[in-house]
Structure formats: C-alpha cells, structure tokens
Design a protein around this ligand. Structure first.
Ligand code: UGA
Length: 470
C-alpha cells in the first residue's frame, strides 16, 4: 500500500545522504517533442539517463531522427546530435512500446487554451489512456506539461481505468520553469526543482534522474501534487503581474517626466523586489503567460474565487498591446492609410521562432485594419508568421524591411536590432519615425540623427556614456 507523504517523510527524503548509491541510469520516455519535451529529453540524456522521446507526429520524429530541428532553440541541435550519437537519446513514434520499455514516463504534451480560457487536456488524457493500456510493471508517471490544479488526480484515475490489471504506479508533478530561448541553460541551472508526490516510493527514481542537480545543491521542494501544480501557475502569474506592473509604471513615467529604466533599476535593487522581469516592453506574450494567467482565472472561477490581481494583469496587458499600436499611429499623425510600416521583430521575445500571443500579431492586425502597408523582418519567426499573415511583405534583412518606410516599430529585442546602423536607417527610410517598444535603441543617437521617436516609459537609452547610477 502506498502511504500518504508526511512532512517528516518529505524532510527525511530531502536529507538522504549523497553517498548512497543512486547512480543507476533510468530508462525514461518523454512523451511530446515540442519546446519542453525535446529540451527535457536531451537534458535528461545528458544526466546519464537513457531517454526515448516520443511523438505521434511521424513527420516530427522522422526529422528528429535525421538530426533536423522542428523548433528553434539555441544549443538544442548540438545536444541532440551528441546524445543520439552515444545512444543515450532516441526518437520514436510508437508511444506504446516506449512506455512499456521505460520506468519513468514524463508527459510533456501541449495544453493549449480552449475558447472558454481553460487548458485543453485532450492530449494529456490521451497520453494517460495510452499509459494505462501499456502499464506492464511499476512506473513513475511524471507530469511536466502545465496542467490545471487537480489534473494529477485525473491522470491517475484515467491510468487506473485503462490498466488491465492492478499494476502499481505513482503520479508525480514536476513542473518546468524553462524560458524559451534559454531552455537548456535553465534546465541545467534551475533555481529550484519542484516535485509533487503522494508517496515516498517514486523518490529514489527521481533522485537518480536529477542526480547531477542534487550534487550541485540545487534546492528541491518536495510537496503534494496539488501544491506543485499550483506553484507553476502562481509563478507564471506572478511574473506576468510583475511585467504588467512595470508596463503601467512606464505609462506613468511618460506622463510625469520620469524614466522607467531608472525607476526599474531603483526598484530592482531592493532585494525584496529583485530586478528580473521588470523590463518594460510591448506586453508579455508567448505560449505560457497568457494561457496560464487565463487558466488560473478559470480555476479561480471554478472554486468561486475572483483572482483580482491576476485578472487585472490580463486586462492591463491587452490594453498595453493596444496602446503600443496607438503610440505608433500617433507618430504617423493617426493616418496609416497606404503608409509603409516596417515591423522589426515578430517573435514574442528574442532567441525563439515562437510567435504565439506575440504583440506583433495584434499590431500587424491593427495595421492591416487601418490599411497600412506592412513590411516585416525577424531572423527566425517569419515562417511561423507567414501562416497567419501570408499577404504582408516579408524581407530578408532589417534594411530591406525599412527601405522607404514611413515608420518603424521595433517589437523584439533581437541582438541584431541592437546593432542597427541608425545613420543608414535614416537614409533608407522615407520618414525618420521610430517606435522602439523594447527600449534598445540609443536615444542619444536617435536625437543626434534627428529621428522623431518614442519608446516605452520615456526611457533614456544610451550606448555610449557610462550609466550615472552605477
Ligand atoms: C515563461 C517563464 O519565464 C518560464 O519560467 C516558464 O517555464 C515558461 O513561461 C512556461 O510556462 O513554460 P517564456 O514564455 O519562455 O517563459 O518567456 P519569458 O522569458 O518568461 O517571457 C514571457 C514574455 O514576457 C515575453 O513576451 C517577454 O518579452 C515578456 N517580458 C519578460 C517582458 O516584457 N519583460 C520582462 O522583464 C520579462
């Protein structure tokens, strides 16, 4: 019989001595090969585990087997090549046999937003059924996907219903905190690892899986499954609130003559606040914050709780995206008709090809509605954007995009935009109008070159003089 985990037990297992022999490699199946699953698989292989990454999309698996990437994530291609070559990592489109041959199964399939704002659990439930049908011995089932609080219990019930016999298994919630674009670094250098479990039995297997992190004294938090699920949502919602807050302060700065970068710096030096995620921008996007904020609100509703702060962040972020468009429109004298607008950056942030919930989508949509001519450039995300907006102008460089432009809006903080030759831009563009929604262009230089420009929060961005506050 499995025992409910107690606080004492959690403490005891956290304190187990490192000298015990935990080094046996684990046979792991990672189900889902998207942004999370592919990174998870490669990184677990680097921890001396034997990992098979599974996806029912045969085309994806064929590509991965050939060493071709299906997403852009820095360092992933090299890692996959390395660990497939030494046979620690393989790919399969056959979940049933991967499950049967593994001791630990990580679920890393997508949980997209449904129309009513909840997370769509179709893929999760389908994986749980397949696990149940193929449960041929004790296994640890570990959820990496971001799932609404209570989903662990649902997965457990489905596996029970579909397993033919009374084979034992354990459910674990092990949420990920990886940022796209730096996922591999984040996986290998986590601030913490959260493990939600309901018995002591899966502990050893998980200890072995993450052994290198234990050895580096990375903090592990052992808790129950519901708390682990809640930690993931609370963390993402809090970061979304933090970003939204600084964006609101940026709006205030614009009205009162303050500089948001100085304000953020002054705030961030307070250790209770911290400087990260206080960078103003065009509004948060991506596949996580918008979806997770919404799903948390949905969960609140289900239990008759209005999560007011979270709701305000969601509303404020949507308004902020609109406000970026209004700033741009104002720069152009509120007449966009037939004006050529160059959009620099489509990805929701730099170092990714992901455009999900990117502010660029809202802004391009508004530009089209206002009959502007839209000319875009992004180093990685154009193929994805072509699926949404096939009829705007795609360019192969920043300078192609801005040629004869009436205005330029910079939306993603790619390094190559930091290095733009503004003097050349001044010559190429029809009008010297720039909205820098990432505060990365030197305002000193923009002034010197007689640009009419706006950024977020009246920021002074200087690349030439030392920062007076340091
Ligand atoms: C986010 C979290 O940071 C990860 O910890 C989490 O694992 C992940 O969601 C997830 O749930 O899977 P990610 O969506 O990759 O990661 O991107 P972030 O780096 O968090 O940025 C999200 C959005 O906020 C971007 O649009 C970014 O430009 C914006 N942002 C971020 C700001 O506008 N200002 C900031 O200071 C930070």
């Amino acid at each position: 019989m499995q025992r409910k985990i107690t606080l004492q037990a959690a403490l005891l297992i956290t304190l187990l001595p490192l000298s015990q022999s935990f080094a046996s490699p684990q046979n792991i199946a990672v189900i889902g090969t998207g942004y999370v699953g592919s990174v998870l698989g490669a990184c677990l292989a680097s921890f001396n585990n034997k990992v098979v990454c599974v996806d029912t999309n045969k085309e994806t698996i064929e590509k991965l087997k050939r060493g071709e990437m299906t997403i852009y994530e820095p360092g992933l291609e090299e890692m996959i090549a390395r660990y497939t070559q030494n046979n620690s990592l393989s790919f399969s489109d056959d979940p049933a046999s991967a499950i049967r041959n593994s001791d630990i199964i990580f679920i890393a399939v997508g949980t997209p937003m449904t129309d009513d704002g909840n997370a769509n659990l179709n893929a999760i439930e389908s994986v749980a059924r397949t696990i149940g049908e193929n449960l041929n011995g004790y296994k640890v089932i570990c959820t990496k996907s971001t799932v609404p609080i209570g989903t662990g219990a649902r997965i457990k019930q489905i596996i029970k219903n579909y397993s033919q016999n009374s084979t034992e298994f354990d459910i674990v919630s092990n949420p990920e905190f990886l940022r796209e674009g730096s996922s591999i670094y984040d996986f290998l250098n986590p601030d913490r690892v959260i493990i939600g479990l309901e018995s002591e039995r899966p502990y050893k297997a998980l200890y072995d899986v993450y052994e290198p992190l234990h050895k580096r004294a990375v903090p592990f938090v052992f808790t129950n499954i519901e708390s682990a699920e809640a930690i993931k949502y609370a963390s993402n919602a809090f970061l979304a609130v933090k970003i939204t807050f600084i964006n609101e302060i940026a709006n205030l700065c614009e009205r009162v003559g303050a500089d948001v970068l100085q304000v953020a710096k002054g705030m961030g030096l307070d250790k209770r606040i911290g400087s990260q995620f206080l960078t103003p921008g065009p509004g948060y996007g991506g596949s996580c914050f918008p979806k997770d904020v919404q799903a948390l609100l949905f969960k609140g509703n289900q239990v008759a709780l209005d999560l007011k702060v979270t709701r305000a962040a969601k509303e404020s972020n949507s308004e902020h995206k609109l406000r970026i468009f209004e700033k741009l429109s104002k720069l152009l004298g509120n007449d966009l008709s037939h004006k050529k607008v160059a959009v620099l950056g489509l990805a929701f942030k730099s170092n990714t090809d992901d455009i999900r919930e990117s502010s660029s989508i809202d802004i391009i949509q508004k530009l089209i509605e206002n009959k502007a001519r839209v000319s875009v450039y992004d180093p990685e995300a154009m193929d994805n954007m072509k699926k949404l907006f096939p009829n705007i102008e795609y360019n192969s460089s920043t300078y192609d995009a801005i040629k004869d432009a009436d205005a330029i809006v910079l939306l993603t903080e790619w390094d190559e935009f930091r290095l733009i030759d503004l003097a050349y831009v001044r010559k190429l563009a029809k009008q010297a109008l720039i909205l820098d929604a990432r505060n990365i262009l030197s305002t000193t230089l923009l002034k010197k070159l007689n640009f009419t420009f706006e950024n977020i929060g009246n920021a002074t961005v200087s690349t030439s003089s030392p920062d007076p506050v340091e």
